[in-house]
Write a protein that binds this ligand. Structure first.
Ligand code: ATP
Ligand code: MG
Length: 242
């Protein structure tokens, strides 16, 4: 599809295993344990999405659904400085929506539809996709209801990605239940939450883990067009880097 584009990560090595970055018209998911850089990557992508096309960017605005309260405009400023784009403009181009609960997270999509209809947006970030659903449907007996509601949410997000030619980037947490089904197990048995519903919705899934020292490792788990390769990256003041 000729109008598809990719948003680079800030790390050349990581872009390499993704054939250039996270693709538009699809849902991209990174999952992994705490502090492996999911939120830092989300911030880096906010800047990369705005970069000029001749520098690999998508020259577009960004919508950011913050479900964990960890968005920091100061990080956008620092990352913009690394890439030589105006920090104030960079912050202004990111529309932040703080989600209070899973229902609210879903309702935010209605507002974002209007934003996307302007044609100015190229990236939707959701950090993280499941956290609020996990809180709102806590009991064992609520699992079916949770999956149903998450499924509706993801379905709508998928349609928006397609209709508006947007890259959807979502973060996800891992479940470390050794008794759980090995079906979605990544390296070391780390398994993304969200079950089949999320597995079906995500076009490309990337597992993140801590490596040696400050190093982090990204491994592609499930992609229609990229093999299961690994890349190392680091987290810097200027965002994700090699
Ligand atoms: P969680 O599952 O808790 O949400 P996460 O995967 O989102 O974790 P991040 O918040 O993206 O993790 O990454 C945290 C890491 O980023 C920490 O190791 C921290 O040291 C590093 N970090 C944060 N800000 C900076 C910065 N300005 N410069 C360098 N490293 C930073
Ligand atoms: Mg985070």
């Amino acid at each position: 599809r000729k109008t598809c584009f990719r948003i680079p990560t800030g790390s050349k090595q990581w872009d390499g295993i993704l054939n250039g970055g996270f693709q538009s018209r699809s849902i991209n998911e990174v999952y992994g344990e705490f502090r492996c850089g999911k939120t830092q990557l989300a911030h880096t992508l906010c800047v990369m999405a705005q970069m000029p096309k001749d520098q690999g960017g998508a020259e577009g605005k960004v919508a950011y659904i913050d479900a964990e309260g960890t968005f920091r405009p100061e990080r956008i400023i620092q990352i913009a400085e690394r890439f030589g784009i105006d920090p104030e403009t960079a912050v202004d181009n990111v529309t932040i929506a703080r989600a209070d609960n899973s229902e609210h997270q879903h309702e935010l999509l209605t507002q974002l539809n209007e934003n996307f209809a302007t044609g100015e947006y190229r990236l939707l970030v959701i950090d993280s996709i499941c956290a609020l659903f996990r809180v709102d449907y806590m009991g064992r007996g609520e699992l079916n209801a949770r999956q149903q509601s998450l499924g509706l949410h993801l379905n709508r997000i998928g349609h928006m990605a397609e209709e508006f030619n947007i890259t959807v980037f979502m973060t996800n947490q891992v479940q470390s239940d050794p008794g759980a089904s090995a079906l979605f197990a990544g390296a070391d048995g780390r398994k993304p939450i969200g079950g089949h519903v999320l597995a079906h919705a995500s076009t490309t899934r990337v597992l993140l883990r801590k490596g040696r020292g400050e190093e982090r490792v990204a491994k592609i788990q499930d992609s229609p067009d990229c093999p299961e390769r690994e890349a190392t990256y680091i987290i810097t003041t200027g965002g994700i880097n090699d």
